[in-house]
Design a protein around this ligand. Structure first.
Ligand code: UPG
Length: 469
């Protein structure tokens, strides 16, 4: 059901005054106005197969012929997206506060990566976080001990809030019991308006910063690479996406495609119509996966805002929820979101680069976390978490029972630490189990407990087998 273009005029003022009252800045209001306008117009926001072509080949990291230029570091900002909560993994705080390995959280490892890079490159590096209203306080507290990292507005800017939209009539959602539920983070595409509206973009440009390397805080493979930075600068592209070759473990997230209308684009899983789901998952057709490691020319970004009168036309994604996420009977709402990588279609001349898997180790689910905790990955001296060499760039495909969706349940499953997965192609766990010490999984293994109560997986090696407990 849509409001229709003429109604935009009637309903918009209510959103505008709500956002002004909340203290939202002009860039935030402009961005939401664009998103809401798309929704109200009734436009189809999906990206069906008929609009896309696959991308067959791209330049690769291995073949880059550039001489790394360390002087560029002084003009470059390293930014981590840190606005997301770990709700999907049962955490009511920033996901980056989760323990990853050896007592270190994502944030601990990121702080140590930055310290290491400064030492390695023998130069100061500009590092910042994009937090959200839900992650800022906890994150700054956790990073206090890393005094070299910076503080306050030197270390972070906080992303915007967007009003939730009542699904039935597209008016602003209201929830008197707790008005904080009327607002949501507008997705990581909010990076651009948040940088503009907080004054961060202008401040950085004024101080002489020109380039930005941005990545997800849940990707501990994404550190500054001087060869890629130099390539990006020399290519004069305004925007570049690092993509990885897709594997069967890469079901979520987004893939790169060629628009039939011309130019590269990103298709997120939320933008794929159900009928095309199979093609979306076809990793030999859509071979390249967005790692969300992006390079942005800040001057080009500023010019793009000028060109589009203050709001980038990023594709809008509709997320259906209830206004109180924990009360499924509360009002049905739409949350409008955009994705940072989708800006690839807004910058004329934007490019993509295929990078080695070592720059991509995301944690979206407890499946990823179990693999990361196992011996399939190793912590490098520069505090990155990378797949071991013998994995040949392919992560183990872990599928835990739905009961292990939350990290506390997963922790109980591995009281002795993760099983060995370095030789594992696929591990499926069905039912309630605990792993004994020294369990080694090789090839494709299914562990099944069909009876009630927890059963132990005894020590030993399991290879290409189904083990019923
Ligand atoms: N985040 C924010 N603000 C938001 C939403 C998310 O800062 O409003 C952060 C979040 O903390 C995380 C990062 O953005 O660090 C990524 O968010 P997440 O929801 O985990 O990622 P997805 O949106 O599922 O996927 C992104 C890209 C997708 C890519 C994938 C790679 O959109 O194209 O394949 O990252 O991991």
């Amino acid at each position: 059901k849509t409001v229709g273009p003429s109604k935009m005029v009637d309903v918009w003022p209510a959103y505008e005054s709500k956002m002004e009252k909340e203290g939202c800045n002009q860039a935030a209001i402009d961005a939401f106005k664009y998103n809401y306008g798309v929704l109200a117009s009734g436009a189809d926001v999906m990206l069906p197969e008929s609009k896309l072509d696959p991308v067959d080949s791209l330049p690769t990291f291995e073949k880059l012929k550039v001489k790394p230029d360390a002087r560029l570091l002084k003009k470059t900002l390293i930014l981590k997206l840190n606005g997301g909560l770990g709700t999907g993994m049962g955490l009511e705080k920033a996901k980056s506060l989760l323990e990853v390995t050896e007592g270190n959280t994502f944030l601990d490892l990121i702080a140590q990566q930055v310290a290491w890079m400064k030492k390695e490159f023998k130069t100061d590096l500009k590092f910042m976080l994009m937090n959200s209203f839900a992650t800022s306080a906890d994150t700054l507290e956790a990073l206090k001990k890393y005094t070299d990292l910076g503080t306050g507005s030197d270390l972070e800017f906080v992303q915007n809030k967007a009003p939730k939209v009542t699904a039935s009539d597209l008016t602003p959602a209201s929830w008197e019991k707790d008005s904080s539920h009327e607002w949501c983070p507008p997705g990581h595409g909010d990076l651009y308006p948040a940088m503009l509206g907080s004054g961060t973009l202008d401040k950085l440009l004024k101080k002489g910063y020109r380039y930005m390397f941005v990545s997800n805080s849940d990707n501990l493979g994404a550190t500054m690479d001087l060869k890629i930075l130099t390539h990006f600068v020399q290519s004069e592209a305004p925007f570049m996406m690092e993509v990885a070759e897709r594997t069967d473990a890469d079901k979520k997230g987004g893939h790169l495609a060629q628009s039939k209308a011309g130019g590269l684009l990103l298709r997120e899983s939320a933008q794929c119509p159900e009928a095309d789901e199979k093609e979306f998952q076809n990793t030999s057709k859509y071979k390249f996966f967005n790692t969300n490691n992006l390079w942005v020319d800040l001057r080009a970004l500023k010019n793009l805002f000028r060109k589009f009168d203050g709001a980038l036309p990023l594709p809008v994604m509709k997320n259906s929820k209830t206004v109180d996420p924990r009360d499924k009977a509360s009002t049905k709402v739409l949350q409008l979101e955009t994705a940072m990588g989708a800006a690839i279609q807004c910058f004329p001349g934007a490019s993509a680069l295929v990078i080695p898997r070592s720059r991509f180790a995301p944690v979206k689910t407890t499946n990823d976390l179990l693999a990361l905790r196992s011996d399939a990955y190793q912590l490098t001296e520069d505090f990155r978490i990378v797949l071991k060499e013998e994995r040949d760039g392919v992560p183990p495909d872990v599928k835990l029972d739905g009961m292990y969706k939350f990290t506390d349940a997963m922790e109980k499953m591995i009281p002795n630490g993760a099983p060995s997965l370095v030789g594992c192609k696929k591990l499926v766990v069905e039912g309630e189990v605990t792993f004994a010490k020294d369990v080694v999984i090789k090839g494709t293994v299914t562990i099944k407990n069909t009876s009630g109560g927890s059963k132990e997986v005894p020590s030993g090696t399991y290879e290409d087998t189904t083990k019923e407990l």
